[in-house]
Design a protein around this ligand. Structure first.
Ligand code: NAD
Length: 356
């Protein structure tokens, strides 16, 4: 098969890690007989410098003509002084909005060989961590009505959490379908003890789950979930939650696995069109040094194969190669032990490509 992929390397270490994902995809293409056509385009700080805006129309057009988008990261010190609506990060919201990318998938996996990087006690991490956080990405309080006003209390500001039945059902569909292929367990996270929108969310989840009697469903309050994630993360498999709770919980889930340089993400729409990117940012502190960990970007490419192109075997082949590389002791600086030898970004990419 032939696929067109828009590459948005972005800023900082973005271009360095995206290059390694491309390297791995070329190798997978050769091995399985697929042709990946890559089109480079710019967004974020690089686009501000060149075009005066973080997400130029030209970039959007290239993405629209593609079958999927791979993004590195955007942002950096250089643009930190700019007003919020002109910052590089605005490109991310623009892309999510333009393509209706409402389903954000963030796997958090603790590789056995990297157990030492896990900040939790051995007795907890020994049980393993393999969680898929499914976060609703285009609704809820981040997109609800907001504003400021004078009330009898004086100056006030407000944001509104609003979810439609349709929005909840479509994210549940994503979560339950993923759970089917994993260990058939879904935990829905809300604040149904205080929020009307959460009560509504929970009602829809209960109704929706009736079509999946073989899937074990639990509800958990968001405050409890933050505790449970550090107390016993092994109890979770698929987590489904709102935009804001997902924002917080997916960051927590990623941190307990050790390194930010290892974790990928996918943002999908109803047609399985998606944007795939590492969860880390542009890491300006290490940009240009050749020491960034490319694994998150490489695993993001694997997610693209699985979720947008339905190439499960090809995706698994990449995941296995990453695991083998780590098991055989290959490390980038962020995951190397004290005094341990480490590989450069491109050397790590070479090792993984070589193991495919
Ligand atoms: P960050 O993820 O860029 O970096 C946090 C720390 O992790 C840094 O010490 C960095 O060196 C390290 N790190 C990150 N990725 C790594 C990798 N692949 N290999 C090795 N080490 C890695 O977060 P930050 O410092 O808070 O943000 C830096 C910039 O990135 C900011 O401008 C921020 O707005 C932006 N950002 C962008 C995205 C995105 O594009 N999706 C996400 C988060 C932050």
């Amino acid at each position: 098969m032939e696929y067109n992929i828009a590459l948005v390397p972005g800023d900082g270490i973005g271009p360095e890690v995206v290059e390694e994902a491309v390297k791995v995809l070329h190798k997978i293409g050769e091995k399985f007989g697929h042709k990946f056509n890559f089109k480079y385009t710019i967004a974020g700080g690089a686009a501000i410098d060149q075009f005066g805006e973080p997400l130029p129309k030209e970039t959007l057009d290239i993405c629209k003509e593609s079958d999927a988008i791979i993004l590195g990261a955007v942002g950096g010190y250089k643009w930190d002084h700019m007003p919020l609506d002109k910052r590089p990060e605005k490109a991310l919201l623009g892309l999510r909005y333009a393509f209706g990318l409402y389903a954000n998938l963030r796997p958090a996996i603790l590789y056995k060989t990297l157990k030492d990087a896990c900040p939790l006690k051995d007795e907890i991490s020994d049980k393993g961590i393999d969680i898929m956080v499914v976060r609703e990405l285009t609704g809820g309080i981040y997109f609800g009505e907001k504003g400021r006003k004078e009330t009898e209390k004086g100056k006030c500001a407000y944001d509104t959490e609003l979810y439609s039945e349709k929005e909840v059902k479509r994210i549940l569909k994503t979560a339950f379908e993923i759970a089917e292929k994993r260990s058939k367990k879904v935990t829905s996270i809300d604040k149904a003890n205080v929020l009307e929108s959460s009560l509504f969310w929970r009602e829809i989840v209960n109704e929706y789950a009736k079509d999946y009697p073989h899937i074990e469903l639990n509800h958990m309050l968001a405050d409890n979930a933050t505790m449970q994630l550090v107390r016993d993360p092994s109890q979770f498999d698929v987590i489904v939650t709102t935009n804001m709770f997902g924002d917080l919980l997916s960051d927590e889930a990623s941190q307990i696995t050790g390194s930010i340089g290892l974790l990928p993400s996918a943002s999908l729409n109803e047609d399985n069109f998606g944007m795939f990117e590492p969860i880390h940012g542009s890491a300006p502190d290490i940009a240009g040094k050749g020491i960034a960990n490319p694994v998150a970007a490489i695993l993001s490419a694997a997610m693209m194969l699985k979720y947008s192109f339905m190439l499960e075997e090809e995706s698994k082949t990449i995941e296995n190669a990453v695991e083998k590389a780590l098991e055989s002791g290959h490390r980038t600086k962020d995951i190397a032990g004290k005094g341990e030898k480490f590989l450069s970004t491109s050397e790590m990419g070479d090792v993984i490509a070589g193991l495919l």
